[in-house]
Design a protein around this ligand. Structure first.
Ligand SMILES: Cc1cc2nc3c(=O)[nH]c(=O)nc-3n(C[C@H](O)[C@H](O)[C@H](O)COP(=O)(O)OP(=O)(O)OC[C@H]3O[C@@H](n4cnc5c(N)ncnc54)[C@H](O)[C@@H]3O)c2cc1C
Length: 486
C-alpha cells in the first residue's frame, strides 16, 4: 500500500487530499493523512457569516471569488454539488475607480487590466492626460515594431507596461491593479509569470490593443461570461464541501510538521501533536510520498536541511495583507451612497507610504449579489505591503478605525459601521512575489525536488496564486501519481 502525507490544509492541500480520497474510494491501494498546523482547515480561505434580523452578511476574510475564465474551481464546486450556489459578479455595474488626488476616477469601460479594447472609450476619460491617451493610440500603430522587439527573456511588469503605454498608465492603473492581486512591486514582478497572456499577445500581435481587438472580432456577438465567480454563502462553502468528503480521522489539525527526512525508500515526517496537560507531544510516521502544501516560508524551513540549494530557489519576498470588512445594516446604509461599481484602487505613493494608505476597497454588495441583506452595505478594505505590516500588530478595533477613517475621507461623511459585524483578518507574508526569472528558478527547483524523490510542492509559491490554479495543480499532481482506475 502506498502511503501519502499532505502537509498544509489550505485549498492546495485539501484539493490533493480530495483527489487522493477519490482514488482510494475507487479502490486504489493507498493511504493518505493530512497534517495542518492550525486548528482549522482552509488556510487563507476563510468566511465569516453573521446573521442579523435583516438577513445574512457574508464576510470573506481572504479570497472572495475566482476569475471565471479559469475553469478548475468551478469544476470542483460542481463536482461537490455546489452548482446551485455558484454566483457571478454583477458585471452590469462593473466599474473600478482609481483614487487620484482624493477623487475616484472611473477606469474606462472595456479595459482588460490596463489595455483598452476600444480607443474611443478613452476619449472622455478623466483618468488619463492627453499624453497617456496619445501613448495608447501610438501603441496600436507600433504593432510591428513591438512584435519584432518582443523580449525573448523575462522582464519586469514595469518595463513591459512602459514599453507599451508609458509611465503614466503604469503608475495610474498598471501598478495598482497588480498590487491588488499580488500586493507587490511592479519593478520586481516577472511579466512572464504574472501576465503570461499579455506576453503571448505581444509575441503574436505586437500591440496588446490589436490583440484584444482580434479577440473581440473572433468572439462576435457571443455574450462574455461574468468576470468573477464565487459561492453564495462564501468560499468557505467550498472548504466545507471538500472536508465533508474526507474521513475526519485522516485530518490532523494542530499537527505542524517539524521536519521531513529520507529514511530508506520512505520519508519520515515528524509533527507536533496537540498538548496534553499543557505539554505538546511529537509524532513520527513514514510515507512513500509527501505533498508539501505549506506557505513558502514553512516549505523553505522544512527543505533547507535536505538540499541547501532549495531555499534560494523558493520565492524570498512575500507581501502581507490586512483586511477589514465594515458593514452597515439597511437602516444606516441608507444615509450614504457609493459610486456604482466593484470598488476602487489606490496608487501607492512610494515604498514608505507614510499614511499607511489602503490599497483597494471592494463595494462587496455591488460586486456580488447575495452577500448582504437588501439595502445593507459591506465595504472591504485591503491594506498591503508595508501598510499591512504596520497595521497587523494593532488591535482589530484600531485596524477597523484606520480603515473607517480613510473611507470616511474618500467616500464620506459616513455613519459609523456596526461594530458587531466588523471583521478583521491578517495574512502575514501570504502573497509570494513572482520576481523576474521566477519560471527559470521554479524549473530548477523542480529538478532538485525530483532528485529528492517522493516529494511534490503545492501551493501559491510556484505556478500561480489564484484558487483555480492551485486546485488544478494539486489535482493533476495526484493524478500523475495514482492510477486513474482502481
Ligand atoms: C487577502 C487575500 C485575498 C485573496 N484574494 C483572492 C481572490 O479573490 N481570488 C483568488 O483566486 N485568490 C485570491 N488570493 C490568493 C489565494 O487565496 C491564495 O493563494 C490561496 O488561498 C493559498 O492557498 P494555499 O493552499 O497555497 O496556502 P494557504 O491557504 O496559506 O494554506 C497553507 C496551510 O498550511 C498550514 N501550515 C503552515 N505551516 C505548516 C506546517 N509546518 N505544518 C502543517 N501545516 C502548516 C497553514 O496553517 C495553512 O492552513 C488572495 C490571497 C489573499 C492573502
Amino acid at each position: 500500500m502506498k502511503r501519502f502525507a499532505i502537509v498544509g490544509a489550505g485549498i492546495a492541500g485539501l484539493s490533493a487530499a480530495y483527489e487522493l480520497e477519490l482514488a482510494r474510494k475507487r479502490g486504489a491501494d493507498l493511504d493518505w493523512q493530512l497534517y495542518e498546523a492550525s486548528n482549522r482547515v482552509g488556510g487563507t480561505v476563510k468566511t465569516a457569516r453573521k446573521t442579523t434580523n435583516d438577513g445574512e452578511f457574508v464576510l470573506e476574510g481572504g479570497p472572495d471569488g475566482w476569475v471565471s475564465e479559469k475553469p478548475w474551481a468551478r469544476d470542483l464546486a460542481i463536482e461537490l454539488g455546489l452548482e446551485q450556489q455558484l454566483i457571478y459578479s454583477n458585471d452590469a455595474t462593473r466599474k473600478t475607480y482609481i483614487l487620484i488626488d482624493n477623487h475616484l476616477l472611473p477606469m474606462p469601460d472595456g479595459m482588460r487590466m490596463m489595455v483598452p479594447e476600444d480607443l474611443a472609450s478613452l476619449e472622455h476619460s478623466p483618468l488619463f492626460s492627453t499624453e497617456a491617451r496619445s501613448a495608447y493610440a501610438a501603441e496600436l500603430t507600433r504593432a510591428e515594431q513591438l512584435r519584432s522587439s518582443a523580449h525573448t527573456s523575462d522582464e519586469s511588469v514595469a518595463t513591459f507596461v512602459r514599453r507599451h503605454f508609458g509611465d503614466e498608465v503604469l503608475q495610474k492603473i498598471g501598478a495598482p491593479l497588480l498590487s491588488g492581486v499580488f500586493g507587490g512591486d511592479v519593478n520586481l514582478l516577472s511579466v512572464n509569470s504574472v501576465m503570461p497572456a499579455f506576453v503571448a499577445m505581444e509575441r503574436e500581435h505586437g500591440s496588446l490593443i490589436a490583440a484584444l481587438q482580434a479577440k473581440a472580432l473572433a468572439r462576435g456577438n457571443k455574450p462574455q461570461q461574468p468576470i468573477f465567480t464565487t459561492l453564495r454563502h462564501g468560499l468557505g462553502s467550498l472548504i466545507e464541501a471538500i472536508t465533508a468528503q474526507l474521513p475526519p480521522e485522516r485530518i490532523h489539525r494542530n499537527h505542524p510538521a517539524l521536519s521531513i527526512k529520507r529514511e530508506g525508500n520512505t520519508w519520515c515526517l515528524r509533527t507536533s501533536t496537540p498538548a496534553v496537560k499543557g505539554r505538546p507531544g511529537k509524532s513520527k510516521r513514514h510515507f512513500h510520498h509527501i505533498f508539501l502544501a505549506t506557505p513558502i516560508d514553512a516549505t523553505r524551513t522544512l527543505l533547507a536541511p535536505r538540499d541547501a540549494s532549495i531555499p534560494g530557489l523558493i520565492p524570498q519576498t512575500a507581501s502581507s495583507a490586512v483586511l477589514a470588512a465594515l458593514c452597515w445594516p439597511a437602516s444606516t446604509a441608507s444615509a450614504f451612497t457609493v459610486p456604482p461599481g466593484f470598488g476602487f484602487l489606490v496608487p501607492q505613493s512610494g515604498a514608505s507610504n507614510p499614511h499607511h494608505q489602503l490599497l483597494a476597497t471592494t463595494f462587496v454588495d455591488q460586486k456580488f449579489p447575495h452577500r448582504a441583506p437588501p439595502g445593507a452595505r459591506i465595504l472591504r478594505v485591503f491594506f498591503g505591503g508595508p501598510s499591512a505590516d504596520f497595521l497587523a500588530p494593532q488591535t482589530d478595533a484600531a485596524i477597523a478605525a484606520a480603515a473607517f477613517a480613510q473611507l470616511d475621507n474618500i467616500l464620506g461623511p459616513l455613519p459609523q459601521p456596526d461594530p458587531c459585524l466588523t471583521a478583521v483578518e491578517r495574512w502575514p507574508r501570504s502573497l509570494p512575489q513572482y520576481e523576474v526569472g521566477h519560471a527559470d528558478r521554479i524549473a530548477q527547483l523542480d529538478d532538485h525536488i525530483r532528485a529528492l524523490g517522493g516529494l511534490t510542492l503545492l501551493g501559491n509559491g510556484y505556478r500561480g496564486v489564484g484558487l483555480p490554479d492551485l486546485i488544478r495543480d494539486a489535482r493533476s499532481a495526484v493524478r500523475s501519481l495514482v492510477p486513474a482506475k482502481g
